[in-house]
Structure formats: C-alpha cells, structure tokens
Design a protein around this ligand. Structure first.
Ligand SMILES: *Cc1c(COP(=O)(O)O)cnc(C)c1O
Length: 386
C-alpha cells in the first residue's frame, strides 16, 4: 500500500519514489530481495571468507541443483556475458588475460544471427570481442552459419526468449550447437530470464551449450547479481577473469569493475534454493490475482480496452494490456503513460519498444498497489486525474 512511510527513505534524500507498474526494469531499481535472501545476506556479515573458495563451494551447490557442470556468480547477467567473451578469447593465458580488451593475436569474433540482434548483445563487445552478423533480416540457413565461421571466430551466440513463439526463420539452438561444435567454436546463450518452467532453468547448458547466463534480478536476489552456468572448462576460464584476480593471482582480468559482495553470492544461492523449492502454482496464482485487481477498475471505462496477459513463461507472469482509443478518450497510450508519471503518487508504466499497447506488470507491485494503478489509469483517461 501507499502509507505515509512509503518511500520515506528516498524522500528524505530529496528523491521522489514511484509505483512500479512497468515490472522488472533496471531504471526503477529492478528487484526487491525476498526475506529468505535478505536473511542469508545478513548472516553472511558475521565472517569474512576467501571469495575464491566461496565461489567454488557456492557454485557447486547451484550447479548440482541445476544439473550442470559448473556455475560462477557475477554482478548480473550482463557481467557474465562480458566475462565469458574474455574467457573464450584469452583462455588460461595470463598474458592474453592482461592484454584485453586489445585482442591482437586472439580469436575475437562472435557470431550472431541478424534476426537475433538484441539490446544486451552490447555486453558481448565490452572485453574487446566483435559481433559478426550472419543470415539476413529474413532468416538464416545452415550454410550461412558454415560460411560465417572463419579463422577468427571464437563462438556463436544465441538469445533464448521462450516467452515469444519460436521464430521459424532462425537457426535453432540445437543447430548452432551441432554445427558450432563440429567446427570447433563455442556456443553461448543469453537465457537471463529463462527460469520458469523449472525445466528451462539451466536447460541450455544441459542441451550442450558451453555457457548460459541467468539474471538473479528475476528471482528475488539483489538486482545487481547473476550467474554463469557452463562447462567446467568455461567456468574455470571465467574465474580467471575475476575481480579477485587483482589480489589473489596478481593477474588483472577484465572483471575488476564487476565486483560482487560475499553477501550477494550467499544471497543468490538462497534465491536459487528458494526458486527451486517454492510453490510456483501459488506464485502464479498470486500474480494472476494481482493482475485481475489491476484490470478491475478499468472494466467498462469508455474507450479503454483491457486484456489479460496470459504468459507464465520466464520471470514475470501475467499482467495486463491496456489500449485506449484516442477518439473516445482524447489520449494516446503514450499520453496515458506520461500522465501517470505526474499522478500522485507517480506511477511508472510503459508502451514497450515495438508494441502499441500499455503493458502493465505486477512484478514490482506490493499489496494494494494493483488496484491503485487500475484506478489511476481510470482517473487519467476520464480526466479526473489531470
Ligand atoms: C536483464 C537482462 C540482461 C542483463 O542482466 P543484468 O543482470 O541486468 O546485467 C541480459 N539479457 C537479458 C535477456 C536480460 O533480460
């Protein structure tokens, strides 16, 4: 709810708290660590621990739980993507590790299907690697991949987003793994949000990819955390890039600006354990209920079309699509979004890139807030809120 102490810690600093109806987005702070995670993080304060040992021990627990060879904690999925490129280019050669991001003398090209270019692929370039597109806007053939693999190719990258229907015009991950491994290149997967259904959690490495990342922001861990899953070889090479290398091995990998707290590592383990043992039926039922509460005040408002989002794949189930008719309300969807930011309290929602409707999610809402969001939209479009 929005009580008098809601967001007080921010107001005391002179910053204005907002209600997050957008969902899991970094610009609003992304995630709220769940109580199990906070307890584990607090307990971690009681002692210091050599981080390399903690990475190994905690990595083994997560890897075993997911049925993959090895795991490594990172400051977000984005960091895992950058570190794996450094790991693939420099391997276990300390000179090369310290030479990056200058890639002279290293295989430094990462293939990506033209139709699979996506926002976070930039993270693959930060250690010096170059993205090389193959295929066209229309599609990709196996021959396109075979032709694209050259002497400087180190890997082919795949973006897994099972919330969308399968794109029949791209090469599947199975095909990338088959051809990639035949040709001696690595296969990496961005599966940041692929944590539900549970069989998808870690699936891409189990299928044979050398690496996949997970964003722990999506499962109740601190927003700044994530992890890499992969082969023993790959996770070992990633560990050689670690921020701890500055002190332990006195080797300066690219990972130093991507530090993690020991509390965060412990917190991610708690988040994984919780995610694997929690009742997901209850989680889904709660999101559906909150989505219904958000939609209810909008039913029957002239010029407002409301549709439930039925997706349950990934980290952010259900939600509501809202589409206002400018001819009736005098407002576009974007104008509704803009007006909500001026509402008291401010509410953040969005018309996602490439979409036309307002997409609302309950991921960032607490009890009572869904109905408040629905009412605010009703107020805005019926001009009471302006
Ligand atoms: C959020 C996200 C990332 C970045 O993860 P961080 O943990 O924020 O660094 C990368 N890829 C995808 C698909 C994501 O959703």
């Amino acid at each position: 709810m929005v009580t008098s102490d809601w967001g007080a810690i921010y107001r005391e600093l002179g910053a204005k708290p907002v209600i997050n109806a957008t969902g899991s987005v970094t610009l609003l702070g992304g995630s709220t660590p769940v109580p199990e995670v906070k307890e584990a993080m607090d307990a971690a304060d009681s002692a210091y621990i050599p981080l390399i040992e903690l990475q190994k021990a905690a990595g083994k627990i997560v890897a075993d739980a997911l049925g993959v060879p090895a795991a490594y904690f990172t400051s977000g999925a984005g960091s895992a993507l950058t570190l794996v490129t450094a790991a693939m280019m420099a391997g276990d050669d300390d000179e090369k590790i310290q030479q990056l991001p200058n890639t002279t003398g290293m295989k430094d090209e990462i293939l990506i299907q033209k139709r699979q270019r996506y926002w976070y692929d930039r993270c693959l370039e930060l250690a010096g690697a170059k993205l090389v597109e193959f295929g066209t806007d229309e599609g990709t053939t196996e021959q396109d991949l075979i032709d694209a693999i050259g002497p400087n190719t180190v890997a082919v990258h795949y973006y897994a987003h099972e919330q969308d229907p399968d794109d029949p015009n791209i090469l599947s991950l199975e095909t990338l793994i088959r051809i990639g491994h035949e040709k001696g290149i690595y296969v990496t997967v961005d599966a940041a949000g692929q944590i539900y259904p549970l069989e998808n959690f870690g699936k891409y490495v189990r299928m044979g990819a050398d690496f996949q990342c997970i964003a722990a922001k999506y499962m109740g861990a601190p927003h700044s955390t994530g992890f890499a899953l992969g082969t023993e070889e790959m996770i070992h090479k990633i560990s050689l890039q670690s921020f701890t290398g500055y002190e332990t091995r006195r080797i300066r990998g690219v990972g130093r600006p991507q530090k993690m707290d020991r509390q965060e590592i412990v917190g991610v383990v708690a988040a994984v354990r919780r995610w694997l043992s929690m009742n997901h039926e209850d989680r889904l039922a709660q999101s559906e209920e909150m989505s219904n509460e958000m939609a209810a005040p909008l039913k029957g408002v002239p010029g407002v079309k409301v549709e439930m989002n039925q997706n349950i794949i990934g980290h952010q189930p259900f939600g509501v699509f809202v589409d206002v008719d400018p001819a009736v309300t005098g407002m576009t969807n974007q104008q509704v979004v803009d007006a909500l930011r001026e509402y008291d309290p401010p509410i953040w929602a969005r018309v996602p890139d490439g979409a036309s409707r307002i997409t609302l999610h309950v991921f960032g809402l607490s009890e009572g807030q869904p109905a408040l969001v629905g009412k605010a939209i009703r107020d805005v479009v019926t001009r009471k809120g302006r």
